[in-house]
Design a protein around this ligand. Structure first.
Ligand SMILES: [Zn+2]
Length: 327
């Protein structure tokens, strides 16, 4: 067992830092509410030994027994949902949302992702390799998890914590946060992060995730929040300021994408991504690690899609490959 970093945030509320080896996110925050008769664990970490041993150590030290514990998962990504199956007992409820459960349960998910990647210009020789290295492919729960589905406004009560589900699509289609309106605590998952910007990308459908994300940011902006407890990195005190920064970040990104698409021949999402500025050590696109190219292309596509939905960009190409020009 690896010793866990456990931080006590409030009475019966703990943050466990679950390490994500060789991943730029560094760690996932797993929150534990210790209460009678049942405990609640919010998000887990990837389904891999390094995460599991840390959470098992935390469970032992905080005296958390799986059969007395329920789980809440903010969204479908492996660094949040990964360990629910392994850590839970038969008595455990695992709360989740329907749109994300549907994606997680797609039999042909990786085939759909693979086809979409090719359509958007991701080099064919790299697609398979990218999917093999994808954390969603490697570290998701292995079987069919018996989820209890929650919807916007549903309430969970654990000890002195009264948590309301706030559905915030954008980062994923069904991403759900938890809000304690008395304490004004907001468990934000990957909807609002402090030191890094949540990745908004699209791989499985024809929606406008960035448009959804803006609407979800506006929804949270209206709520009084004293402390944001995010899925990664440090707590955020000024929620509204962070929301404004995130919106500004995407506004600048959209402007950059318009400029790239406006310059010359029709471009694929992959080509747009290669021209965008990225906050990475590698300077040239060619030197980017494969998974960073992958996430960058998804992010570029989400921005292009939003420009398409708002009428600034139009889709062309031959059906096999989608190329974009200014409208
Ligand atoms: Zn995520």
């Amino acid at each position: 067992m690896t010793e866990a970093v456990i931080e006590k945030l409030d009475q019966d509320l703990y943050r466990v830092e679950v390490p994500l080896p060789r991943n730029p996110l560094k760690a996932t925050n797993s929150y534990i509410i210790k209460s009678q008769p049942r405990n609640l664990v919010i998000d887990t970490g990837m389904n891999r030994e390094e995460c599991k041993s840390v959470l098992l150590d935390a469970f032992q030290r905080l005296d958390i027994k799986p059969r007395e514990t329920d789980f809440f998962v903010t969204h479908l990504h492996a660094d949040h949902v990964g360990l629910v199956e392994v850590l839970s007992a038969e008595e455990s409820k695992i709360f989740f949302n329907r749109p994300d459960a549907e994606v997680l349960g797609m039999k042909n998910l990786w085939q759909v992702v693979c086809e979409l990647a090719g359509k958007h210009g991701f080099p064919a020789e790299l697609v398979e390799q990218a999917i093999d290295s994808h954390p969603g492919q490697r570290y998701s729960p292995s079987g069919n998890v018996d989820f209890t589905m929650l919807e916007d406004g549903d309430l969970l009560h654990y000890g002195d914590y009264h948590l309301r589900c706030v559905v915030t699509p954008g980062h994923t289609g069904g991403h759900t946060c938890l809000y304690d309106s008395e304490l004004q605590y907001f468990f934000s998952g990957d909807h609002i992060l402090g030191d890094i910007t949540p990745n908004i990308s699209t791989w499985v459908d024809d929606r406008d995730p960035l448009g959804d994300y803006f609407a979800s940011l506006d929804k949270v902006y209206e709520m009084p929040v004293k402390l944001v407890l995010p899925g990664h990195r440090s707590m955020i005190k000024d929620c509204r300021r962070r929301i404004k920064e995130l919106k500004e970040h995407h506004r600048l990104r959209l402007a950059e994408v318009v400029e790239i698409i406006g310059g010359g021949k029709p471009k694929s999402a992959y080509e747009v991504a290669a021209e965008m500025t990225w906050d990475l050590v590698a300077e040239r696109w060619e030197d980017f690690p494969l998974m960073q190219k992958w996430f960058a292309t998804g992010e570029a596509l989400a921005h292009i899609r939003h420009l398409e939905f708002t009428g600034k960009v139009k889709r062309g190409g031959d059906g096999n490959k989608e190329l974009y020009t200014l409208n």
